[in-house]
Design a protein around this ligand. Structure first.
Ligand code: HXC
Length: 258
């Protein structure tokens, strides 16, 4: 498939999507978000893919939604859902893990897009922020909802009200990113993580993702019950038999996604 705004490739069982509007610091317009949704959906459906990486350039993961495109939208344009938010929802439907590999700016919708991924690996150069307030608007793709869950109310208020950026070190301290790596090792390190995940049993990987995501939607009691049922159901898989047998035989498991 030929895309204008993203570059898609695979490395063994890892699907890689690179945002590719370098002149606009990967500003996210509707065409790009449509293409991203299609590429993610295709990788999700591809049996040979076990994990997906979403990345940008050295300078920017994404500097936000495309301000030039948005500037003249009316309320009806955006409310009816023809622009901006409709195609931002697709990433939430993806059942395989999506890792955001972030270097440079992840601002506004760029920060929100990174937070929609399952976890963020940041280069030392990464900068996160929700500067919408400086444009006379507010985050519109989950910034006010996911940021407080990731970094606490205090820091989310600080970020969204002042519009300031936080660097990679602050983001890691606050829990927004899972780890920081040297900028020139970002893809290498993210690929190691993605390849590790892709070597596991895919259905079991999907259960982990589903179960952790439930933690944000349920009471602890309901979440623990949900997890327990999924845990029980792993005993109906061949991969659980293989995983435990391989451990006892002191050999690596050969998972077959069954
Ligand atoms: C459109 C953008 C852009 C954006 C950068 N560019 N960000 N175009 N939308 N969000 C363009 C610039 O206009 C410029 O184009 C080129 O990219 C390089 O940017 P510069 O500003 O010259 O680079 P620099 O001086 O290095 O500053 C980088 C920056 C700054 C700090 C990231 O570009 C910036 O503040 N950008 C806007 C960030 C922002 O406010 N994001 C939130 C958007 S609102 P030209 O043609 O001049 O070279 C949002 C709402 C989400 O995201 C809602 C989701 C539903």
């Amino acid at each position: 498939m030929n895309y204008e705004n993203i570059v898609v490739e695979t490395r063994e069982k890892v699907g890689i999507i690179q945002l590719n509007r370098p002149k606009a610091l990967n500003a996210l317009n509707d065409k790009l978000m449509d293409e991203l949704g299609t590429a993610l959906t295709d990788f999700d459906a591809d049996e040979d893919i076990g994990c997906i990486i979403l990345t940008g350039s050295e300078k920017a993961f994404a500097a936000g939604a495309d301000i030039g495109a948005m500037a003249n939208y009316t309320f009806m344009d955006v409310y009816k859902g023809e622009y901006i938010t409709r195609n931002w929802e697709q990433i939430r439907r993806i059942r395989k893990p999506v890792i955001a590999a972030v270097a440079g700016y992840a601002l506004g919708g760029g920060c929100e897009l990174a937070m929609m991924c399952d976890f963020i690996i940041a280069a030392e150069t990464a900068k996160f922020g929700q500067p919408e307030i400086k444009l006379g608007t507010i985050p519109g793709a989950g910034g006010t909802q996911r940021l407080p869950r990731a970094v606490s109310k205090a820091k989310a208020m600080d970020m969204c009200l002042t519009g300031r950026m936080m660097d990679a070190a602050e983001a890691e301290r606050a829990g927004l990113v899972s780890r920081i790596v040297p900028a020139d090792k970002l893809m290498e390190e993210t690929l190691v993580a993605a390849t590790t995940i892709a070597s596991m049993s895919l259905p079991v990987v999907m259960m982990v993702k589903e179960s952790i995501n439930r933690a944000y939607e349920m009471t602890l009691n309901d979440g623990v019950q949900f997890e327990r049922r999924l845990f029980h159901s792993t005993f109906a898989t061949e991969d659980q038999k293989e995983g435990m047998k391989a451990f006892m035989e002191k050999r690596p498991p050969a998972f077959r996604n069954l």
